[in-house]
Design a protein around this ligand. Structure first.
Ligand code: TRH
Length: 359
């Protein structure tokens, strides 16, 4: 049994598009399962291209300072802060008052970044007592996405397999003006500024590939680079999240980055290379290795990742797409057997420790 709840999701855009990308995807999936969502975001610019059409059940509200507090007399049921962003105290105060007036228990969730590292299983679901501010005395709970059954899982729409099966690759490529390239190796590029980009371009030129370059940093990274003979470059406009999926489904090899596009590449099932979001303390090295181990990456793919991420020097090994395809499809099969993130989140909130409905 699933209750209809009202969710307040808070999202601060730090840089790039992962924060808002994950929050929008989460909000949308909650809404398709009958939930009502207010998504509070400090910079909604990217939603113009990422989400060009509204989603019934999701209302995007500006997170300005001071916050325009909702006038509704009724309380939201769940407070969710994405990636440790701090919910404005005036909103927390209102939430505390609402819950007290309703006599219902509070639900305050801290949604964390995705990682395949071991600490995720240990930390998922742990309480974090609030020590100060209007929420003092409450307890937030950590919700960690992840790759194993002991974590919060991965975002995955319930109709994803059906949409994938109905995808018409030829028609989609024709719509992008790529109809005549459909028989050539197609490679999508979504990246930061990888040092090995010229080496990749040389490999793709030798394979007669077409490189489909996403807008933004990937396009800038390519600017003023010499394009080797044999490689064709096609620049894409900003795509909606659904069309970005179509791009991944249409290509033979995908270069992805950050967090959300990584998960989409896994669901696409084609060979991919991930550029991890770099952290100053080099923490991304362990995070990358954990991911490669968790997904059973063969040696050639591991080596490729280390060089692509600037963690090892040396020449890029050849692209070994058949072996990489086997690895990604094996990982996909294992992950599909796990409950998706939104199903787990709803259970996390709706089902108390004893199995009773709590809100
Ligand atoms: O943009 P990113 O590099 O985001 C990063 C990471 O999430 C990182 O973990 C985080 O700390 C940092 O931001 C602040 O990559 P990511 O996560 O793949 O997000 C990109 C989103 O943009 C994703 O939802 C897919 C979407 N997208 C489109 O909708 N259309 C497009 O044309 C493209 C290129 C991307």
């Amino acid at each position: 049994m699933q209750s209809t709840l009202r969710w307040d999701i808070f999202c601060r855009v730090i840089d790039n598009y992962g924060d808002i990308g994950v929050c929008w995807r989460l909000a949308r999936q909650l809404a398709t399962r009958g939930q009502t969502v207010r998504l509070w975001v400090d910079d909604a610019t990217a939603l113009r291209w990422m989400a060009p059409t509204a989603c019934p059940g999701v209302e995007v509200r500006p997170w300005a300072t001071p916050l325009a507090l909702p006038h509704e007399p009724d309380a939201g049921d769940v407070l969710l802060e994405a990636f440790g962003c701090e919910i404005p105290p005036e909103f927390v105060q209102r939430y505390v008052d609402w819950r007290a007036a309703d006599g219902k228990p509070p639900h305050w969730i801290n949604l964390e970044y995705l990682s395949a590292e071991r600490y995720v299983e240990r930390s998922h679901g742990l309480p974090s007592p609030v020590m100060q501010g209007p929420g003092k005395g409450l307890s937030k709970r950590f919700f960690f996405p992840g790759f194993t059954a002991g974590t919060g899982g991965l975002l995955r729409e319930s109709d994803l397999a059906q949409r994938r099966a109905q995808f018409d690759r030829g028609a989609w490529l024709a719509k992008q003006g790529l109809g005549r390239r459909a028989s050539r190796p197609l490679v999508s590029l979504f990246c930061y500024e990888p040092v090995a980009l010229p080496a990749l371009m040389d490999q793709l030129a030798a394979a007669g590939a077409v490189l489909l370059v996403t807008a933004g940093r990937a396009a800038s990274a390519l600017q003023s680079r010499r394009v080797p003979a044999g490689l064709e470059i096609h620049h894409l406009p900003w795509l909606s999240q659904d069309d970005y999926d179509h791009l991944l489904w249409a290509c033979d090899l995908n270069f992805v980055r950050g967090e959300d596009s990584l998960v989409r590449a896994l669901w696409a099932g084609a060979p991919f290379v991930w550029q991890i979001y770099p952290q100053h303390d080099d923490a991304h090295r362990d995070k990358l290795e954990a991911f490669l181990s968790r997904t059973g990456a063969p040696d050639s793919l591991r080596k490729w990742h280390r060089i692509w991420n600037g963690l090892d020097a040396g020449a890029l090994p050849p692209l070994d797409l058949p072996a990489w395809r086997v690895a990604v499809q094996g990982a996909q099969r294992r992950l599909l057997a796990q409950a998706d993130l939104v199903s787990q989140l709803l259970k996390f909130v709706c089902v108390g420790p004893g199995g009773q409905e709590t809100p």
